[in-house]
Write a protein that binds this ligand. Structure first.
Ligand code: TRP
Ligand code: SF4
Length: 404
């Protein structure tokens, strides 16, 4: 199937909790860099989301935002093709969040697994706040504001996208009603023109009768790529695929990114909260030192003890960084005690140090030139606001917050 980048929009965000590490890179950022060339992409720094848990001390916020931005640019996000922006620079997120809050049942938010989990995990902070409960709602506003088709996120965020879908459905159900919807929709189908009308009908049937979501995606792309139809017809035709309402806020889909397990230095998942990370732009000598001290299979207490790569976090890094021949060498050498752990780590250290060096090199230009970064952020905000404004305009009208 041919992909029309205009018709397929991707949106994702990251909280600015500090400089990014290799876990962030392999877990998300690397796939974003690929996505930006396949879709129309919006990537933003969720500074308001950072406040939901970090409201007490915000003094480092600007430093963190800047660090993440430069990390993004160093990793290859390209402001020439993707829209990169900061959430709070687009106040439309707040307006949509407010409007959606009116129709969000409390139970939907209380039931989101991350709500209780995070409260338990961050026991030292008071998270019995309105803002924290609203975290998934703000995220829904982020997504729906851009009418994103796809949201690339990890497993832990799937529940939030699910809430987003429910909210979109509820919104469309409440405010997407219109008299004679079916007749108008039928007329809209005809206005797609000969072959496209037929294709639309076929795809709609495949979705409605067989639940074929691929057909739904294709039908949506077909509607969105058509620039001869009116905005009202587009909303009708999108809504008609699934039901009998206008689709003012389309339901997004999760784009599960096939991300490898990135182990931290202690063998647990690499995470800032465990203090076991390697920074994207950390000093190369420090990186090498950290890797030399990284945990290995505990069974290999001595050089002569054979080991098992499956029980070793270093092996997980080889799966990410090493070619097949190196991996075979590691696997055989480890099991036979033919190589020591430092031998095993050597090619890995070379690879990772080289990668970190490249990030640092690319970051330098932006570090030396704060105006360049400011310009990227300003342009991102203005592009994002333009898209956001269109959605909000329709939302306000649908809710009768405007006279016409
Ligand atoms: N909650 C996401 C995270 O912690 C960040 C985020 C905020 C986000 N808004 C979003 C992700 C919208 C995707 C879409 O990783
Ligand atoms: Fe891990 Fe490599 Fe040592 Fe085996 S040789 S235990 S894979 S570091």
């Amino acid at each position: 199937m041919s992909v029309n980048p205009q018709a397929r929009r991707v949106l994702s965000g990251m909280r600015p909790t500090g400089p990014l590490h290799l876990g962030n890179y392999h877990g998300a950022l690397r796939s974003w860099v690929e996505l930006q060339y396949q879709y129309e992409c919006f990537f933003f720094i969720a500074d308001w989301h950072a406040l939901t848990t970090g409201y007490e001390d915000t003094s480092a916020l600007q430093d963190h935002i800047r660090a993440v931005l430069v990390d993004w640019l160093a990793a290859g996000l390209n402001p020439g093709v993707a829209t990169l922006f900061i959430q709070s620079h687009v106040p439309e997120h707040a307006e949509l969040h407010l409007l959606l809050s009116m129709m969000t049942p409390l139970g939907w938010l209380e039931r989101v697994p991350t709500y209780k989990e995070q409260q338990a995990e961050l026991r030292d902070r008071d998270l019995a706040t309105y803002g924290f409960l609203g975290y998934p709602l703000l995220q829904s506003a982020d997504i729906l504001l851009y009418r994103a088709d796809f949201v690339p996120v990890g497993e832990d965020q799937v529940a939030h996208v699910e809430v987003t879908r429910e909210l979109a459905r509820r919104f469309n159900h409440l405010y997407g009603r219109e008299p004679q919807f079916e007749e108008k929709a039928e007329r809209g189908v005809r206005s797609l023109g000969g072959r496209n009308s037929t294709l639309y009908r076929q795809l709609r049937r495949r979705f409605q009768e067989a639940g074929d979501t691929e057909a739904l995606t294709r039908a949506r792309a077909l509607v969105q790529a058509n620039n001869r139809i009116t905005v009202a017809d587009r909303e009708r035709l999108l809504g008609f695929l699934e039901g009998s309402h206008l689709s003012i806020l389309p339901e997004p889909q999760v784009l599960l990114t096939a991300s490898p397990r990135v182990p931290g230095l202690d063998g647990r998942k690499m995470s800032k909260s465990y203090g076991n990370t390697i920074g994207l732009r950390e000093d190369p000598d420090a990186v090498a030192q950290k890797l030399r001290a990284m945990k290995t299979d505990p069974a290999r207490a001595r050089r002569t003890d054979p080991g098992d790569p499956e029980k070793c976090p270093v092996w997980d890094l080889h799966k990410i960084y090493s070619d097949e021949a190196t991996r075979r060498w590691v696997s055989e050498g480890c099991r036979s005690a033919g190589i020591g752990c430092l031998d095993c780590k050597k090619p890995l250290i070379d690879q990772i140090v080289e990668e970190v060096r490249a990030f640092r090199r690319r970051a330098q230009e932006f570090e030396d030139n704060p105006d360049l970064v400011r310009g990227i952020v300003a342009e991102g905000a203005s592009k994002a606001r333009e898209a956001a404004h269109q959605t909000l305009d329709e939302v306000r009208r649908a809710m009768h917050l405007r006279a016409d």
